[in-house]
Design a protein around this ligand. Sequence first.
Ligand code: HEC
Ligand code: HEC
Length: 342
Amino acid sequence: MKKNQKIVFVFFVSTIFSVVFFSFKKDKIEFIQPKGFPKPLYDFSKNPLTDAGFKLGRKLFYDPILSKDSSTSCNSCHLQFSGFTHVDHALSHGIHGLKGNRNSPVLVNLAWQKFFMLDGGVTNLELQPLAPLTNPVEMDENMAHVVMKLNRSHYYRSHFQQAFGDSLITGQHVLKALTQFLVMLESYHSKFDKVMNGEEKFSVEEENGFRFFKKNCAACHINQTFTDGAFHNIGLPYDAELKDVGRMKITKDKRDSLKFKTPTLRNVAASYPYMHDGRFKNLDEVIDFYATDKSNNLAVDKLLRRKIIFKNNDKKDLLAFLKTLTDKEFLNDLKFRDWVNE
Ligand code: HEC
Ligand code: HEC
């Protein structure tokens, strides 16, 4: 090859390489409407998704700068491998080693939720991050101070400029960026989805478990989101130490005492411990609880006041079905990881 030809060849190869590399790096952030799911409730028109906004939200989610002493990030209590919750303890641990009084929920398919928090105390996803940010036992910060710290950073100024066209960082844009990351946490690649889409088949146990689930559980854990987004008293005994009255805390209505939001069951096998206070260590304990007779407790939701009868292998089969809701693609998706240099 002549020298000139060599230069042209090297130029050609490096152009192709960079086109491929940058188009891979840029891969567009897009909200997918998964097959069979209802329409999302989140209003995307008020906060249009962009690559830059999503990546900025991801960076903020993993950055302890959002807490008073830079010790605690959102990710401290919401870890990807467990469906963005924590699994090592029942009640969440925040700043200064302080304990909260609730178990952190999974962050999965939030675009379909109308109420946030286990008592529905927040009704707008964009305002949700303010709760942990300002909670004295979670991040103990205030937004004005976060904004001041972020404005000192060249990195953040240039990334807010890219995402929102304004290099002066505002609290509203911090919340919008975090929300772009949160709404993208979509899980719809579990075995259950593949079976529903005709790509895979349930085992005999899973099939029996699904039948049992449809009969006894799906009235509250409804459709592909596995939650009706409503509040129910499922008969868990009141914890006199935590004094958590659930939905009544918000509505002050006695009829809402001990009602909690129905959680999604997506990735449930990975997100132990269970219930608002993490009182059950594993799914066997949850299933044993649903098998107890609640017919004498008039406060319990009427759907659960009749005894659920488990026969033969029903418990094992139900467990096998619940495990089909694990979405390994979601739990390992690199696009939700912490990318330090983006
Ligand atoms: C100290 C642990 C902790 C930290 C830090 C934390 N969270 Fe949470 N998160 C929780 C707990 C506990 C709840 C449930 C609170 C409740 O119901 O009162 C929750 C609830 C949520 C919810 C509502 C989910 C639902 O299904 O209702 C979202 C969204 C959320 N957190 C996002 C975030 C973001 C974003 C950050 C960072 C700004 C963050 N969290 C920081 C523990 C934490
Ligand atoms: C009346 C509505 C209702 C029915 C019926 C129902 N659930 Fe639930 N489920 C809930 C509510 C509400 C919670 C949350 C309670 C709490 O946090 O204190 C819950 C929590 C759970 C949890 C814990 C999830 C977590 O992340 O902590 C699992 C697992 C579960 N249900 C499975 C089932 C199964 C299996 C059935 C059928 C045998 C069933 N549910 C029937 C409303 C219901």
